[in-house]
Design a protein around this ligand. Sequence first.
Ligand SMILES: Nc1ncnc2c1ncn2[C@@H]1O[C@H](COP(=O)(O)OP(=O)(O)OP(=O)(O)O)[C@@H](O)[C@H]1O
Ligand SMILES: [Mg+2]
Length: 260
Amino acid sequence: MAVTVSFGIQKGGASKTTTAGIFTYLLARDGMRVLACDMDCQGNLTELITGIAANEFYERTVLEAIQEKDAERFIYRVNDSIDILPANNLLSLLPRYLYQTFGFHDPNIYNVLSDILGPIKDRYDWVVIDTPPALSEATMNSLVASDYVVVMFESSQWCYSAIPNFLESVLLAQKLNPRLQVAGILRTLNDVRRADAKAFNDLIGEEYPDLVFETIIRRKAATGRLAINGFDPENKELLDGIEQYEAFYKEMMARVTVTQ
Ligand SMILES: Nc1ncnc2c1ncn2[C@@H]1O[C@H](COP(=O)(O)OP(=O)(O)OP(=O)(O)O)[C@@H](O)[C@H]1O
Ligand SMILES: [Mg+2]
């Protein structure tokens, strides 16, 4: 049965998608079968992993999979190791679909992703979910479908403000899915020249000593440009872009193995 991990924080631009994409790449490199699942209507993970514009997946996305209660038909095969359930802007219609179908007070609105992943999970070693920058229905569904969540912390005041409410959403999701655990908080997009970034890193370390990953991901051009050049073996900066994630990857695998 696959291990399912979400990358989340309601603050925008905290490297959720980049990290989910690199984590998927590293798992596949090490021989694991991965299903990536894009739960953000921006469709960034879809574009990062497939190299295809998200609009090209019109009516072939995770939204239709949820509506038709069938993930299988909407899986796009990227290569021998990676499949993806894509997303595009129309995933913003998910709340309307949920409330029209279930009504406002039915907790099943948070189970629809978990329900469609259930029957296909045993084909994979990992399911990697990218979430949107909001505490939305898409995020709650991602958490309820997950064994682990990695909380992304981009060293800034507004990301710092986001963490308590994100952890409250995790608590809410745990009522529906008691398997869910916080794998850790990943400090990212770190600008080593900024004293305030260092101060926020230290603060998070002091407030959440049991949760922070030791690895701190730096702001690095080659990592940022993965959004342009992707994981194409022809991308000359690929190794340079992902290299700083190897330490996080090791820590993550150790935490998952220990707690499984
Ligand atoms: N370590 C890094 N170094 C440099 N640039 C990075 C790094 N990580 C991400 N980026 C860039 O920063 C921007 C935000 O990253 P990304 O889109 O992964 O964040 P996100 O949390 O998924 O954003 P959103 O909340 O919009 O979904 C992107 O342009 C991305 O290419
Ligand atoms: Mg994103």
